[in-house]
Design a protein around this ligand. Structure first.
Ligand code: FES
Ligand code: FE2
Length: 426
């Protein structure tokens, strides 16, 4: 757990961030991010080909697949993928594409089935994806090998009860990809959580505008003056740049106990078991590329960005809370969700404007501050994952921050508290 020394280190770093009068010595200005990354069809297509099909994407929580045969049709853009819990209790992912002529084997969002039958010509698969039966099999000339005609599997692995999928058969295993995040989330009792609510917001902008918006707290005085603004001390935020594009922000709070639920009230949301620091500071990670995880005393949220088109994005928030057992969700959740809606409206209000602006001749390029460096790091990481050579030169970002990412040796003492290295001129 967290040593007194580690806590003292973090607090000293926060105090240093609060008091500094300039960025740390040796920190170079971040070059403008090319606007074409938000506007070009070519870049959007490259992301589809080299980013989205190669990274781990959050798919569902195990409670959404409660028993053998439970299935879910995922709502991931351009990825017709289903999850199913097999009769052996194993959760698997498959393309929702019948091996006969490509009709879907599942058409409802969720359900339960002992086998999957494509209703077009009734080819039938078991819950392991194997092809069981073919109508009028006699009409398919030899060689016709049902053993080779199962549903095509998609990588599917778990982080606790969170299920992720990856279309790349050669991808690094999920927990290895997450790296230090696994330990950092272990500080919170993630196994005790269940999905409590989910909501989608459609925004008319490129998905990266939505990502950028949640990677900094520079905006909180401007657009959240009455909601989160008074709670967070953005000038003390400590940023961590982690391997594989992931990042972390730990932000001091001004009112540590004001939003803490009363554990004795029957309507109250239960506190997530976590060490004191989680109540004292606001901790939020970016699970690269498209999950942001703001954490409150009683709620852990996955805020996700799904590109529907070059200029249209589905922002999805899924909130997890401590399992309340049988019966109704504690009533205080409703108040939380109302407040969440207000905050989201605040956060999303300018994004469609930014999309129009960046497509106009009036746009002179992004000017990013030291405090906004997680945005630049995310863009740098997008290029690195896609393969820099795949990105046209005029659309690349210049690598600036990779050298400042935390390495395992920095994290040896206590990962959450280690420094991001951007304070040094190395
Ligand atoms: S497309 Fe599925 S059985 Fe024909
Ligand atoms: Fe915000």
């Amino acid at each position: 757990m967290h040593s007194a020394e580690a806590m003292a280190n973090l607090e000293a770093r926060m105090a240093w961030e609060q008091d500094r009068s300039s960025p740390p010595p040796g920190v170079a200005a971040l070059p403008p991010i090319p606007p074409g990354r938000y506007t070009s069809d070519e870049f959007f297509a490259l992301e589809r080909e080299h980013l989205w099909s190669k990274v781990w994407l959050y798919a569902a929580h195990t409670q959404q697949l409660p028993k053998p045969g439970s299935y879910l049709l995922l709502d991931i853009p351009e990825a017709p993928i289903l999850l199913i819990r097999g009769v052996d209790n194993e959760i698997r992912a498959f393309y929702n594409v019948c091996s006969h002529r490509g009709a879907p084997v599942v058409t409802s969002d969720a359900g339960s089935a002992n086998y999957l039958r494509c209703t077009y010509h009734q080819w039938t698969y078991d819950t392991r994806g194997d092809l069981l039966s073919v109508q009028d099999e006699r009409d398919f000339p030899e060689p016709f090998d049902k053993a080779c005609l199962g549903l095509k599997p998609v990588r599917c692995e778990r982080w606790g009860n969170w299920i992720f999928i990856n279309e790349d058969p050669d991808a690094t295993p999920l927990l290895e990809w997450l790296g230090v995040l696994v330990d950092e989330f272990d500080h919170f009792d993630i196994e005790s959580l269940r999905p409590a609510a989910s909501k989608d917001y459609i925004v008319e902008c490129n998905w990266k505008f939505t990502m950028d918006a949640f990677l900094e707290v520079y905006h909180i005085k401007g657009i959240h003056p009455k909601t989160v603004g008074p709670q967070l001390d953005h000038r003390g935020a400590v940023m961590g740049l982690l391997p594989n594009g992931h990042t972390r922000m730990t932000c001091p709070t001004n009112k540590p106990s004001s939003s803490t639920p009363d554990p004795d009230s029957p309507t109250a949301m239960q506190l997530i078991p976590s060490p004191d620091f989680a109540h004292k500071y606001h901790v939020s990670h970016n699970v690269f590329p498209n999950v942001i995880t703001p954490t409150g005393a009683a709620v852990r949220t996955f805020l996700m960005f799904w590109p529907l088109s070059k200029t249209r994005t589905r922002v999805q928030s899924v909130h997890f809370g401590v399992d309340w057992g049988e019966g109704e969700r504690p009533a205080d959740w409703d108040g939380f969700l109302d407040l969440w809606d207000v905050i989201m409206d605040e956060d999303l209000q300018f994004l469609a404007w930014q999309q129009k602006a960046v497509m106009s001749p009036g746009f002179q390029g992004y000017q990013l501050s030291y405090m906004e460096r997680r945005i630049y790091y995310a863009h740098e990481s997008i290029d690195r994952i896609m393969g820099v050579d795949n990105v046209p030169e005029d659309l690349r970002v210049t690598p600036m921050l990779q050298a400042h990412s935390e390495q395992p040796e920095d994290q040896a003492a206590d990962p959450l508290w280690s420094q991001d290295g951007a304070g040094s001129s190395s």
